[in-house]
Design a protein around this ligand. Structure first.
Ligand SMILES: Cc1cc2nc3c(=O)[nH]c(=O)nc-3n(C[C@H](O)[C@H](O)[C@H](O)COP(=O)(O)OP(=O)(O)OC[C@H]3O[C@@H](n4cnc5c(N)ncnc54)[C@H](O)[C@@H]3O)c2cc1C
Length: 178
């Protein structure tokens, strides 16, 4: 049970965290309560919020990080002091989605259906809530297709002895000392 890092939950977030750290040479233990990895992403449609991509441009859709933030904030509001972390998370995600996210996923082997969907379109205008342009990039193979490169990395890192995965292991308490 000894490890440099213990990751609780083998959904996409846990898989990315565990594999990125293990790839840097740290020994990681991944605990997942279910008998399989992937969490909700396994069942998901695999439509990704990406901004200003080749798929959008090919369809004549003009998008930008500024427009995406205006749309997102139009829906979320973020007008209370306690919304600070949500606002920062949204800004960081939008920068990622308009920046290296697509290239990173493409490098990992993820491919996209050429027609971009228009999910959560809200009022349909850039002045209100919801996506004012199509941004829903559907992964070939849907959710399992998105998981595939991360699960492959898990297997590689297990073979190199850097990652241990324990399925059917539920964390019940986190002990905090010092
Ligand atoms: C049917 C469906 C369709 C969806 N479609 C889309 C879509 O098209 N586009 C989109 O962007 N999003 C979609 N989503 C949402 C998206 O899949 C999730 O937001 C995302 O996968 C969440 O990833 P996560 O790693 O944060 O959490 P999760 O996937 O929930 O992973 C958490 C993991 O932690 C484990 N866990 C929890 N507690 C413990 C514990 N105490 N000990 C051990 N393990 C624990 C859980 O079993 C789970 O495997 C969809 C979701 C569903 C269900």
């Amino acid at each position: 049970m000894d490890a440099d890092l213990v990751v609780v939950g083998g959904g996409l977030a846990g898989l990315v965290a565990a594999t990125e750290v293990a790839r840097k040479g740290k020994r990681v233990l991944l605990l997942e309560q279910e008998p399989y990895l992937g969490g909700q992403a396994f069942w998901s449609f695999g439509g990704l919020f990406l901004v200003d991509t080749p798929e959008q441009r090919r369809l004549g859709i003009r998008d930008s990080a500024e427009l995406a933030q205006q749309d997102w904030f139009g829906a979320a509001g973020y007008d209370r002091p306690e919304d600070e972390w949500g606002r920062l998370l949204a800004q960081a995600y939008i920068q990622f989605a308009a920046g290296e996210m697509r290239a990173w996923l493409f490098f990992l082997g993820v491919r996209f259906f050429p027609v971009v969907g228009w999910a959560e379109r809200g009022g349909g205008l850039a002045t209100g809530h919801g996506n004012s342009v199509p941004r829903f990039h559907i992964v070939w193979g849907t959710g399992p297709g998105l998981l595939e490169p991360f699960l492959r990395r898990v297997e590689e890192l297990k073979e190199r002895g850097l990652l241990r995965v324990l399925l059917r292991h539920r964390v019940e308490e986190v002990l905090v000392e010092g």
